[in-house]
Design a protein around this ligand. Structure first.
Ligand code: HEC
Ligand code: HEC
Ligand code: HEC
Length: 131
């Protein structure tokens, strides 16, 4: 009737399955938004960890350097040169504001006002076509 040889392993498996279910589920609930990664490049202008946390500060630094100090020297990434610019730098690689910047900002409820003046890639294309 009481068979420790079966009950104990049974209990271990049961607890294991429960824990698996809990952790598996917990992991999927806090899933970060899916971002469109740039095609053909692997690196950002700075290490990814820094970019995740501090890209807004870097943008301010770039803006100040370019506009206030006239330091327009290019940034090199994987042997190619990029402008220190929102639309002609960042968006050269991150070609969709919607599928990259916006996805994350909506998730975090931040709405940068930069695009009041700066042109996002699609609008940029339309402008070029109109010329
Ligand atoms: C040379 C192309 C290139 C340029 C220019 C560039 N990036 Fe990136 N960026 C990348 C790539 C590639 C990744 C993904 C790296 C990875 O996942 O390992 C990335 C990652 C990021 C991430 C982290 C995304 C994540 O996975 O959480 C942010 C934020 C970001 N970039 C913002 C910017 C901003 C803002 C600028 C301009 C200041 C910029 N990037 C300029 C190529 C670029
Ligand atoms: C990995 C997620 C993520 C991606 C991708 C991302 N951002 Fe952000 N961004 C954030 C978060 C989170 C904040 C708010 C940070 C804070 O308030 O400290 C933020 C804030 C900003 C701010 C400052 C806004 C303010 O009101 O303070 C700017 C500017 C900005 N992002 C630009 C961009 C641009 C441009 C891109 C696309 C090239 C981009 N970000 C992509 C997560 C992201
Ligand atoms: C009121 C309009 C306006 C707003 C809003 C604005 N900018 Fe700008 N920004 C400009 C102008 C004008 C320049 C000068 C362009 C030049 O001389 O190359 C500039 C230049 C820049 C530059 C350097 C050169 C370039 O072409 O990108 C960066 C980087 C920049 N802005 C980032 C930002 C960011 C990040 C935000 C949002 C937090 C923002 N700007 C909001 C008008 C604006």
């Amino acid at each position: 009737m009481y068979d420790a040889g079966k009950i104990i392993p049974g209990l271990i498996i049961f607890v294991g399955l429960m824990l698996f279910a809990i952790f598996n589920n917990a992991g999927s609930k806090v899933e970060a938004p899916k971002l469109e990664k740039p095609v053909g490049v692997k690196e950002c202008v700075k290490p990814v960890k820094y970019m995740k946390e501090s890209h807004m500060e870097l943008l301010n630094v770039w803006r100040d350097e370019v506009i206030r100090e006239g330091k327009r020297e290019m940034i090199e990434v994987e042997g190619k040169l990029y402008e220190k610019s929102l639309q002609n730098g960042c968006m050269r690689c991150h070609t969709s504001k919607k599928k990259f910047c916006d996805v994350c900002h909506e998730f975090a409820s931040v709405y940068p006002y930069c695009w009041d003046c700066h042109v996002a890639p699609q609008a940029d294309m339309a402008l070029q076509e109109a010329k």
